[in-house]
Design a binder for this molecule. Structure first.
Ligand SMILES: [Zn+2]
Ligand SMILES: [Zn+2]
Length: 326
């Protein structure tokens, strides 16, 4: 049995891909680098391209938040951003990990970028299918019903063919779905938003998008501190640079350096940063990555100068389609 996590959407706020003109410039840059690095023939192309990091060639993706977790025969999905369409496509063409339900969808909150894909999740329209929705927000059923409403969407909720169940969660109280123990903890985001600690097979995943990370110290985090403790992989909001974070106080999003501070203190093994700004092209996310590397190196250098032990943290910026096996 293995605990796997697939990121079907890593954008924030709005699905967004760089425009064609930006892709033209990007491809021109990749081709120039190919020749500038001494390559000259077509049979070297594949090796060169495959040797680069996937986002450096293909970008970070356009779809908004949707994460699929599998362990043994158990599956849960967190959020229904436009990335959930990829799971739908795989159900239709028979390549999905779970080809038939029941499906278990946990909702962090109901901002557009986290719900926009739900009306396009095909099991809703299949007789005999079963979908379970979970959220802390007591208006869960009302909010999901509201997504299937004319004139915004042609099929009203009452006409859906699947059996749909709603489960309102208690804050900080775990629920068991197959192999998964899922516990909601509050994040720092308007309206409000609940992250999830997901435990299975002796491993733990912390879903911390969307959050501003205004509470960083253990005292400030209080009852929500366990979300960050004994974690193998944390998925953390890093929409902004540090200066942008200062300018955009109370917008509900954070910076990679804030996530790293929590990871250093709590001994989190691996961190993936996400909720990339809809306006952030590949170069911008790569620049955020460079700034984060600078920060990580400076903390590591300071620790070694002070003879302090700093647990290594594996980190990167998530891209659409990335899969991690814990
Ligand atoms: Zn969001
Ligand atoms: Zn949000």
């Amino acid at each position: 049995m293995s605990f796997s996590i697939k990121f079907w959407g890593v954008r924030g706020s709005l699905p967004s891909s760089p425009p064609p003109s930006a892709w033209v410039n990007h491809i021109e840059g990749v081709l120039q680098n190919f020749f500038n690095s001494g390559h000259h023939s077509a049979h070297q192309v594949s090796e060169y391209i495959r040797g680069l990091q996937e986002p450096a060639v293909g970008g970070y993706g356009s779809a908004t938040t949707c994460v699929e977790l599998n362990c043994g025969n158990s599956q849960i999905i967190i959020d229904g951003g436009s990335g959930i369409r990829s799971i739908s496509e795989r159900i239709l063409n028979g390549t999905a990990v779970r080809k038939k339900g029941p499906y278990h969808i946990f909702m962090t909150h109901f901002h557009w970028d986290h719900v926009i894909g739900l009306p396009f999740f095909v099991p809703h329209f299949i007789p005999g299918e079963e979908i379970h929705y979970y959220a802390v927000q007591s208006e869960l059923e009302h909010l999901i019903r509201g997504l299937f409403k004319k004139p915004y969407f042609p099929v009203p909720f009452e006409a859906l063919q699947a059996r749909i169940h709603f489960h309102v969660l208690e804050p900080r109280k775990p629920v068991q779905v197959g192999e998964f123990k899922v516990t909601p903890y509050q994040l720092d985001h308007p309206d409000p938003c609940w992250g999830f600690k997901v435990e299975a097979d002796g491993k733990a995943y912390a879903h911390c998008v969307d959050t501003e990370g205004t509470r960083v110290t253990q005292d400030d985090l209080g009852d929500d501190l366990p979300l960050y403790q004994n974690i193998d992989l944390m998925y953390f909001d890093a929409q902004y640079t540090l200066p942008e974070l200062a300018e955009k106080a109370n917008w509900g999003h954070s910076a990679a350096q804030v996530g790293l501070e929590i990871a250093f203190r709590e001994g989190i093994k691996q961190v993936l940063f996400a909720h990339h700004d809809p306006g952030a092209r590949t170069d911008h996310v790569l620049e955020l990555r460079r700034q984060t590397m600078e920060y990580y190196s400076s903390v590591a250098k300071a620790s070694s100068e002070n003879n302090e032990e700093m647990p290594p943290v594996i980190w990167d910026f998530a891209h659409e389609g990335l899969e991690i096996i814990l």
